[in-house]
Ligand binder design. Structure first.
Ligand code: PLP
Length: 388
């Protein structure tokens, strides 16, 4: 086939640049240990930060909803797919975040590609951090608005760009915790800056939902700026252990999205069982701050062990610990060595991260024990030593 000849050569080029991706198949459930190709390894690769993906209470909630409400929602939310579980979840999310209303999306990717085009059109300008998640970048691409990318966390540059803009509407979008670096946007400063320039703010809390804030509602809660953020997006598939995402804000914001967010309007609503699991997860996250404390204790322990061995991790700002190896080939070598010794922490390569900054992205979870953290740290230190 003509197509196969072309595609095979492109795949070979990826391979030659150490950029070809392959999937591993995980057997059983997601936990601190996983089965990969029949082997037990410690998982330091997951966003299942609190261990809820394998929690008995979520499982029970999903099974109950499966039995009462079936497997599918059958249609998009505006047609007939918005079921009692969705309605209840949206009310609970709004109460949790202290917002007027919330809207549940199929995934975080869906939410981001839905919201930005719904809010920013041809007369508008979107201001986007250089290290924003791919789904925010794609949301910007789908919007007809002008897009200005500012250097990572550089609020001075953002301020100049906002000041120079003559757009009808200005929308600043960013991760609150950056997915591959684990660092945080300085939210209080960002929100104040946006307010000075009459700009709206959209915050992607994918890695902060369940992890930051007194009730786990995210970094906006932790920083006390929740009511001043225009659009708060969070995901249900990471710390909350299921699948899906939400956007929370004013009633008018949510009504606008119901009417205009194409990836919401034209996509089948989540299955009721997964929505029920999300409701159970939120109840646990709100009621059990000790889960977050355990997560942070493990993150601090891992960070201290890596720093003591001279691996130079970035300052600890979240449970995401990036260990930069440099070139893709080097990162692959370190990851392979760690895997051979029972630690799953895959290499993250361009275009997910900028060229020359390929890395291992190490994520401890609340459900690891101290011995597992220490063992993983020792293996990672040795893997980096050998690669040098
Ligand atoms: C994972 C992630 C998303 C996408 O969420 P999904 O529910 O996995 O589609 C969006 N933004 C950020 C920052 C993420 O890390």
């Amino acid at each position: 086939m003509l197509a196969d000849v072309a595609l095979a050569s492109e795949l070979r080029a990826l391979e030659e640049h150490s950029l070809r991706r392959v999937r591993r198949t995980v057997g059983g459930a997601q936990g601190p240990e996983v089965l990969v190709n029949g082997r037990r390894v410690l998982c330091f690769a997951s966003n299942n930060y609190l261990g809820l993906a394998d929690d008995e209470r979520l499982r029970r909630a999903a099974i109950d909803a499966l039995e009462s409400s079936g497997t599918g929602s059958g249609a998009s939310p505006l047609v007939s797919g918005h079921m009692a579980e969705h309605e209840a979840l949206e009310r609970e999310i709004a109460a949790w975040l202290g917002c007027e209303a919330a809207l549940v999306f199929g995934s975080g990717y869906h939410a981001n590609v839905a919201v930005i085009p719904a809010l920013a059109g041809a007369e508008d300008e979107v201001f986007s951090d250089a290290l924003n998640h791919a789904s925010l970048i794609d949301g910007c691409r789908l919007a007809r608005a002008r897009v200005t990318v500012f250097p990572h966390r550089d609020l001075g540059a953002l301020e100049r760009a906002l000041g120079a803009s003559r757009a009808r509407r200005k929308l600043v979008v960013c991760d609150s915790i950056f997915s591959m670096d684990g660092d945080a946007m300085p939210l209080a400063e960002l929100v104040a800056l946006a307010e000075r320039h009459g700009a709206w703010t959209m915050l992607d809390e994918a890695h902060a939902t369940g992890v930051f804030g007194a009730s786990g509602a995210g970094l906006a809660e932790a920083e006390g700026v929740g009511e001043r953020v225009t659009v708060r997006m969070g995901t249900l598939g990471k710390a909350l252990g299921g699948y899906g995402a939400f956007v929370a804000g004013s009633r008018d914001l949510i009504e606008t999205l119901v009417n205009r967010a194409r990836a919401y309007v034209f996509s089948t609503a989540l299955p009721p069982s997964i929505v029920a699991a999300a409701r159970a997860a939120i109840a646990i996250v709100r009621a059990e701050p000790e889960l977050r404390e355990r997560l942070w204790r493990n993150a601090r322990r891992m960070h201290a062990a890596l720093a003591a061995a001279g691996l130079d991790p970035a300052p600890l700002a979240s449970p995401i610990l990036p260990l930069v190896a440099g070139e893709s080939r080097a990162a692959l070598r370190v990851a392979a060595h760690a895997f051979e010794r029972g630690i799953l922490a895959p290499a993250i390569r361009p275009p997910t991260v900028p060229a020359g900054t390929a890395r291992l992205r190490v994520t401890p979870m609340a459900t690891h024990d101290g011995e597992q953290i220490d063992r993983a740290a020792a293996v990672l230190v040795e893997a980096f030593r050998r690669a040098r």
